[in-house]
Design a protein around this ligand. Structure first.
Ligand code: PHE
Length: 364
């Protein structure tokens, strides 16, 4: 029929027109790409580049304008043109980014070229760590005792019940164990509750006479502003012929005066520990009010710093030391306690928080 061929002719003609306008679009896009490349290489400043980028890729930019024409195209042609436009967009984005990097580099190079070597600038001082206050005070205490002739001994932190309790005269189920509750490890060991087991290990393992201190970490089920579940102690043990409490008082007085200043008084008060007899608590004259009475010493004029006593003859015998021939004393001092008094620190937890604002104050 006549109109069939007419329609076919029209459609063919339309397609041709279509194809032509699509080709036109493609070459327009190609032109855009070329133009963008030329202009980007001619740009000298970052500001110019920003303007150029906006001109091509902005919301009302040249690429977008071409894309706007897509709406009037045949639906089957749109994807082809869209894909090409997106490709160009990506090419231009990469192009502008690369150019921006070039320009930034040039700016930096120019800046560096202007600079001169300035030998008057101060050097960079490396930051230097400081000893932790607990470590520092422990070293200081070790120094005081080693100058008095004490050796430094050590023992394990994961200790056997025998050394921590049994050999120190704490029978199983003895109520004094309650004050030293600790973590028991599978296999029969426990985290030592004090450094006193080193007394036993030293008496069993070394020749007499003995004069040692034993610093180290100890553990107890305790946690408040003056007690920590892990803290440090220094044990002292002196065994010889004719040793008495007077020697203890002399040694501790010297210790207190070295640490807290000349004239610091020391007093002994009766106390109880299963492994010493007699046992004493040792106080120093309050370093804040010098005995007048203040808040820190609860108006007593004295500060308790350690426990001590004459080593119980039962303990000596169990450790193979003849109490008829030898006698001796022992003490145990809390390192944190001493550091808190010396530096006026009210909360023990500050020692374990690794806070630079706290630790850097101990720079010497
Ligand atoms: N070990 C005791 C404690 O931690 C202190 C102490 C040591 C007492 C030595 C007497 C002799 O409480």
């Amino acid at each position: 029929m006549w109109w069939t061929s007419y329609v076919q002719d029209r459609m063919a003609a339309n397609e041709q027109v279509n194809e032509m306008s699509i080709q036109g679009l493609f070459s327009e896009l190609d032109g855009l790409e070329q133009e963008a490349k030329d202009r980007a290489s001619g740009v000298d400043t970052e500001g110019e580049l920003t303007a150029l980028t906006k001109d091509f890729l902005g919301k009302k930019g040249r690429v977008q304008q071409v894309l706007r024409g897509i709406g009037s195209m045949e639906p089957e042609d749109r994807p082809r043109v869209g894909a090409r436009a997106n490709e160009i967009k990506a090419i231009l984005e990469a192009l502008f980014a690369a150019r921006l990097a070039d320009l930034e580099q040039q700016t930096e190079d120019r800046d560096l070229a202007k600079r001169k070597l300035d030998l008057t600038l101060p050097g960079r001082v490396p930051t230097c760590g400081v000893a932790h206050p607990i470590h520092a005070i422990r070293v200081e205490m070790e120094g005081i005792f080693s100058r008095m002739g004490f050796d430094v001994a050590r023992g394990p932190q994961a200790e056997e019940d025998f050394f921590n309790f049994e050999a120190l005269n704490f029978p199983p189920d003895h109520p004094a164990r309650d004050m030293q509750d600790t973590l028991v490890i599978e296999g029969g060991r426990l985290l030592r509750t004090h450094t006193s087991p080193v007394q036993v290990r030293t008496m069993l393992g070394y020749e007499l006479p003995i004069r040692i201190i034993a610093p180290g970490a100890v553990y107890r089920r305790d946690d408040d502003i003056t007690h920590s579940p892990m803290f440090y102690q220094i044990e002292g043990l002196h065994i010889d012929k004719g040793v008495t409490l007077a020697h203890l008082k002399g040694v501790l007085t010297h210790f207190a005066q070295e640490l807290f200043g000349d004239g610091t008084g020391v007093r002994l008060r009766p106390s109880f520990f299963p492994f010493t007899e007699p046992s004493v608590e040792v106080d120093i004259a309050c370093i804040f009010c010098h005995g007048d009475g203040c808040r820190v010493c609860s108006r007593t004029g004295w500060l308790e710093i350690l426990g001590a006593g004459m080593v119980d003859p039962n303990v000596l015998r169990d450790c193979g030391v003849d109490p008829e021939v030898w006698s001796g004393w022992a003490f145990g001092v809390g390192v944190e306690r001493v550091a808190m008094l010396k530096y006026g620190i009210k909360d023990i937890r500050l020692f374990y928080e690794s806070d630079q604002r706290f630790l850097s104050q101990f720079q010497r």
